[in-house]
Structures are given as C-alpha cells and as structure tokens.
Design a protein around this ligand. Structure first.
Ligand code: MIC
Ligand code: SF4
Length: 754
C-alpha cells in the first residue's frame, strides 16, 4: 500500500531539469500547470512551446487509478493488451457498487454477496497484473488516492471524472475513459490536447459559514458546466494558501462539473501538514528540495493576465455560502437569495434528506465541521426536521471520526452512517418511497445533481452545498433557511441561532485505522487464473469491434436527436444499471434511455423508421443493427457531460451507431468515442441541428478522405426526398484516424501496432 518514494524522487529529479529547459523554450515564467505538463512529456524533452487548445501532446503519467464501475471494462480491455503486468503503479478501488439503505454493516455485507462475482474478478485481475486492490468498504477512490498516492508535482490519470480531486495535493490528476487507462497500463504514452489555462486568484480568507465548497460552487456559477472544457484551472493567492489541503481537494474535485481537464494548487504548508498527517513525511522532505518547481513562478501569480487564458478573482472574505441546483451543478444561488429564488421557481422548500459525503466532501475536516452544527442543535434541544445520512470518504476517516466521537455526535440526531463508498451520490440509494416520484427537495454535499441521479426520481430537486450547510439545512428542514440571519425553534419554544461551524482540519491525535482494506498483488501473478463465466449476466469477455470497411457510411438512420442536456447519466444511466458495467450486451439496454427525443420531448421513445412505431432507444438501435442498417445520434451542447464511463461510447458502438453529431462535446466523452472507433463530430454550423428531421436517412459523402483538419460532409435525406448537406467538424489527428480505421484503439494495441 505504501507510496513509492523512489518513484517520486525520480519525478522530482527530472522535474528541475525539464522545467528549466521548458522555461527557456517558452521564453517566459511558467505556471504550475505548465511545469507539471512539461516535466511529464513522454519523450522527456521539452523541445518547443505548445499551442494551448490545439496541439496533441504525449504524456507519461506517474500513476493510474480505477474504480470498480469503470475498472471492469478497463481491465477487460487490458486483458486483450497482451501484457504481463501493468507498466505504471495502478490501483483498483471498490466503491461504486455498494448500495446505501440501512447502514454500513448490513449494506456492505449485502454488496459483498450481490456483487461477489465482480469483486472477485477485479481482485483476481489486480492480483494477476500487479495492481493494488482496495476492497469494498475501504473508501472512495479519490479520498484514498489523496490519503495514499497523490503527491505535489505528479501526474496521474484515473477512470473516473473526479480523479481531479488529487489536485488538492498539487497534482495534475485527470479523469479518462478505460481505454486511455489501458494505454498507460500497457506502457504507452497518454495523449491530451495541450490544455488552456484558467487562473483563479483567491484573495482574503474563508470565514463564518463559508467553506471551500463555496469557492467551486461560485466558480461553477461563473464558468457554467462547459466553461472549463479543455482547460486546467490553477488556483493561487493568499486565499489558496489559507485553506486546508482537503478543502483544496473539494475545489479541484468539483472542477469536473465545469468540464475542466483538471484543477490544481501550488505546494504549500497545508499540503505539508496533510502529507505529514497521512504518514508521508518522506514526500515533504523530497518536495521541499524542489519546492520552487511545485508552484507557479512568482511573476505569473503577480501578473496572471499575462500568463493565463482567462483569470477569475474571488475574494473569500466576501464569499457567501452557496446552494447550487436543482438538476445542474452550475445554477448557483447565494444563501441570502434562496428564499426569493425558490419561491420564484416553485422549488419545494421542505427538505426531506440531507446527505454528507461523496468523494468531494468526506474529509475529517468536513465531518468535524458538519458535526459541530449537529452538536449545537442537540445541545439546544432542536429536533432535526429532515433525515440525515453520511458517507465517510475512507475507512481511515471513518475509524478516526468514530474514535474522536464525531460519529456519536451524528448519531445523536439519528443520522444513518452508510458505507465508506459512493452510495447515494451515484444512485446507489434505496430511498424509501422514491418510486412514487413525488416532487421533493434534498440537499447534499456531493457534486452532481442531474435529474434522477441520487434516487431515480425525476422530481427530486437535489441541491449541492457544503457539508456544514447541509447540516444546518437538514436540521431546519427548510431550503430557505439562512443560518447566518435566521433562527430555529428549540423544544422549549425558544429562538436559537446556530454559531458558525468549526472543526479540526486534521485529527489532533492523528489518523488511525485497523484494517484500511488494501490487498497487495502477487509478486508473480502469471499463474493467477481470471475466470469469467460465459453465462454470467454481470461480466462478459469483449469481442473486438470490426475494423472500418474503408467505404462511406450510406443509408444510416437517425436513431435519436437528443434535446438539451444529455450527460453520461442520460446516455448510460448509473444506479440500478451499475450492476451491468462489466457486461456490454446487458448494459447496452440502457443506451440513451434518459435522453429527451427532440421530436416528442419524451425520454426513451424514438421512432423506428422500419416499422413507423415508437419504441425504446435500445430496442430501435437493436432493430437497425439486426437489419444491417447503421445509425447515427444527434445531440446538443456539452454532449456527454459528467462521467468518464466509456460505456456511453461502447454501447452505441456495440449497437451499430456509427457517428455522434453534436453542437459540442465534453472532453472525456469525445475521446472515449474516438477510442472505441466511433465518429465524434460537431456541427460546423450549429443551426444545422434544426435541419435534421425525424425520418432522415444519412449518407456520408467523403469519409473515404477522412483527414485531420478537414470537415466531413453528411447528406441528410428527408422523408419528402429533399436533402441537406451538413458540414461536420472533427478533431481527429492521424493516429486517432488510425483508431477509427482499426475499429478501436484497442484493436491496434492487441495487434501490437500501437
Ligand atoms: C460519477 O460521479 O458520475 C461517477 C459514477 O463516479 C463516474 C464514473 C462512472 O460512471 O463509473 C465519473 O465521475 O466518472
Ligand atoms: Fe463516487 Fe460520487 Fe465521487 Fe463519482 S462523484 S466517484 S459517484 S462519490
């Protein structure tokens, strides 16, 4: 389980040399992001200044992390790569497949029996290929990575969009699809378009009710869910250094919600404290020797406008607590405006549930501060109005907060302590009554609040806020409650005002744990057998996708024109479907079932052009596939927002969809489509979206000349025989066109040609 200090020292040794060289080549001071990027170039040698947002660059990440729900597909692909062991340190974390219902002990036992086959598979593949395995109950991937593996100045990738959490410890940590992870695990480079850079200057100091979460809630409000696409967000300023390391993690974590490639902070005392508290003084000693390389140059932070593509300034001393939502994480409302905003929009004021936890807000500090609010309520004799649940981020956190009496405090309010796992955050929540689909409000400290995400009920209005605000709001039971100005009634009928939260950043007596839940791989795994039952409904070995036949795609049918927001939750829903994440055929039955059909504004009801009848999207896709007819999907802006799950790309590929044509893509999803041998295209002229009709048949006119930088022409033949030729842009470079030609990137690796 131990981190690899020798590897980290090596990274630091090359860092100094490469950064100095890069500074000369670029000819100006460097941001932290550039320093980490340049020192992780695959060819090891900075030779020229890259054009941000344009140049594809090959990188050599230091680590890979996968979580159970995405690791299944990633490892099924890795098994085809023909390697004996992983080429870089890799871990697998079991956290997504555990449902929250009764409480940790019962829920974990049920998950261990229901998903035994999958956990056994992940454990044996990990054992075979030299991968560290974190058992169910050990915690949520991103907290465990922060506690054990993240280090300032490092670069890692992970098969989860919130891998970015490790930016809190000064890393560049980036979420990717499984196929990208397979490249790195196989010893190949990892490709990324050189990111744009957004600088966020934090002045002042958090105080009162304001928490790190409010910084990212505010940034999300400013930048929106696509404002960070293709960019790294680099935070700096006195406000940044004044904040805890896990608080920084929260900010970076939720940077996924603005589409940012990742976010990061410069190395500082908060990171030293955190590393020391998590038994990694060795890293502090090594990092201190290169400290100047682990943060942006002074000139950069003094004149950020000269070095970043965009600069945002936030004064933490003036920042108000925010409550973002419902249905999208970028709809920000300062707490003082919530009463009016909720009334204007008809949001239910009564709060049914408050949930604290998830990978972004489950640190010791988060739990301690939220508990300080609960403690006050109990002391004042206030009866909480809403139900309350918590998910600690890791077993180490759970054990420590139990030792320190924090869990006991929560329990005084009847709080349910769920497993150290994702739980309600990913729809793994057996919420009583959700099936009635009643309009209701919940508040949570998670980061995503898309429709149906937590409990499957499209009428649940989920609001995202800090853990301490979740506590206050859940106790009041009222979405319009402002703890700064409002009072609560206690059991004697007295009006009580809650004091602002407080809590230790790190446990005074240090972290403790009995069994962290780690399993080291076999020293030589070559004899380990990995069994996948051919009759399993959970796991299915992958068959390679067909190579391109070299011809234009002709006679394709429009499968769906998706209307509005179409996140990966809409394309490949989680919750109950998580159980099929290792079985491509079965999980394909959820393809696009959440997407709204632009022609009837209904979900999962599209026209089958062969029969003229309306049917579920997967059924129609299967009908076209059975008839040998290709299909295409059309979508709006930021298509594929959210998760890194490559199922959202593999399912359409498996069901015969050849191209996805949208106004714009979220980064990870676009790459996932390319990797799986799909055409990921954008309208050259966005207004052409409106020209596409329900009964269209599509012919590609010049796919045979598929070339980097050249748009493709698609002919849409309408039911009345009239036609529109639509120009579609793409961002494929030569090697990515190679993936398309081969049928998938994996086909190239398997053939030894990558
Ligand atoms: C999420 O928060 O949406 C998830 C579930 O963690 C996903 C990964 C998945 O779909 O398995 C993510 O963020 O990438
Ligand atoms: Fe798990 Fe939620 Fe974090 Fe995704 S966002 S990794 S589902 S806790």
């Amino acid at each position: 389980m131990a981190f690899d200090i020798e590897m980290i020292k090596k990274v630091y040794a090359t860092m100094a040399e490469r950064v100095d060289k890069a500074r000369q080549i670029v000819g100006r001071p460097l941001t932290l992001s550039e320093k980490i990027l340049y020192s992780h170039l695959w060819d090891g040698n900075p030779t020229h200044a890259f054009t941000r947002g344009k140049d594809y660059v090959d990188f050599a990440p230091d680590r890979v992390a996968c979580q159970d729900a995405t690791a299944q597909m990633a490892l099924l692909q890795f098994m085809h790569a023909g390697k004996k062991t992983v080429a870089v340190p890799t871990t697998v974390h079991c956290d997504h497949l555990i449902q929250a219902k009764v409480g940790a002990t019962t829920d974990l036992a049920i998950a261990n029996s229901q998903s035994k086959e999958v956990f056994d598979f992940l454990s044996s593949v990990s054992n075979k290929y030299g991968i560290g395995f974190w058992k169910p109950g050990s915690g949520i991937i991103h907290q465990i990575v922060l506690e054990n593996y993240a280090f300032p100045g490092g670069m890692m990738i992970g098969t989860d969009s919130h891998t970015v959490n490790a930016g809190g410890l000064g890393m560049l940590a980036i979420g990717v699809g499984g196929a990208d992870a397979v490249d790195v695990m196989s010893g190949m480079s990892w490709e990324l378009k050189f990111p744009k850079l957004i600088g966020v200057k934090l002045t002042g100091k958090l105080n009162g009710w304001t928490a790190p979460k409010d910084v990212i809630l505010k940034v999300a409000d400013i930048l929106t869910v696509k404002g960070g696409t293709g960019a790294i967000v680099e935070y700096f300023g006195e406000g940044a250094t004044n904040m805890s390391c896990t608080g920084k993690g929260t900010i970076c974590n939720m940077g996924a919600e603005i589409g940012a490639t990742t976010s990061t902070f410069g190395y500082d005392d908060s990171m030293r404290r955190y590393l020391a508290a998590t038994n990694r003084q060795d890293i502090v000693d090594a990092a201190d020797k290169v400290a100047g390389y682990l943060t942006g140059d002074t000139e950069v932070y003094a004149n950020p406008n000269n070095y970043f593509d965009q600069v945002i300034e936030i004064n933490l001393s003036e920042l108000e607590p925010h409550i973002n939502g419902p249905f999208t994480p970028d709809r920000g409302t300062p707490v003082s405006k919530m009463k009016a905003e909720a009334a204007a929009n008809g949001w239910p004021l009564k709060i049914e549930w408050g949930l604290i936890g998830s990978c972004t807000n489950s640190s010791y500090e988060d739990m301690a501060r939220a508990a300080s609010i609960v403690e006050q309520a109990v002391a004042h004799g206030i009866t909480p109005k809403a139900e309350f649940g918590i998910n600690p981020g890791s077993e180490q956190i759970r054990y420590t907060i139990e030792r320190d009496g924090i869990i006991a405090t929560f329990e005084k309010m009847g709080t349910k302590v769920f497993t150290n796992a994702c739980g309600p955050c990913i729809g793994q929540w057996d919420r009583a009554g959700a099936e009635k689909q009643e309009k209701n409000t919940i508040v949570h400290s998670f980061n995503r609040n898309f429709s149906k995400r937590a409990d499957g009920n499209p009428n649940t209005h989920a609001f995202v806020t800090s853990p301490e605000m979740v506590a206050a709001l859940a106790i009041s039971g009222d979405l319009s409650f402002n703890p700064i100005t409002d009072t609560l009634l206690n059991d004697k009928g007295e009006e009580v005002r809650l004091n602002p939260p407080h809590g230790d950043e790190l446990p005074k007596r240090g972290f403790d744990v009995e069994d962290a839940g780690f399993q080291a791989p076999a020293a030589d795994g070559s004899n380990v057998q990995v069994a996948v039952s051919p009759t399993s409904d959970r796991l299915q070995l992958l068959a390679p996708f067909d190579a391109w036949d070299g011809k234009n795609i002709c006679g394709a049918k429009l499968l769906i024109k998706a209307f509005g927001k179409c996140t990966t939750d809409h394309i490949s829903m989680a919750g109950p479907w998580l159980r099929f994440r290792g079985h491509l055929d079965n999980i394909s039955n959820n393809m696009l079932i959440g997407a709204v059909n632009a022609y009837n504004q209904e979900a999962n009801k599209v026209k089958n052009q062969l029969t003229g009848l309306y049917d579920a999207v997967p059924s129609v896709a299967r009908a076209y596939k059975a008839a040998g007819i290709p299909s295409i999907v059309v979508g709006d802006h930021n298509y594929g927002e959210g998760s890194s799950r490559e199922h959202a790309a593999m399912e359409p590929r498996f069901l015969g969809v050849k191209a996805v044509l949208v106004k714009s893509f979220a980064r990870i999803h676009e790459t996932n489509l390319k990797k799986q041998g799909m055409l990921a295209l954008t309208f050259a002229n966005e207004a052409d979206y409106d020209k596409i009709q329900e009964n269209d048949t599509i012919n590609f006119l010049d796919l045979t000349e598929f070339t980097p930088g050249q748009p493709l022409s698609l002919e849409f033949v309408h039911a009345d025989g009239s036609k529109d030729v639509i120009l579609a842009n793409h961002t494929y470079n030569d090697s990515q066109i190679g993936w398309y030609v081969a049928g998938s990137a994996l086909n190239l690796i398997a053939a030894g040609k990558a």
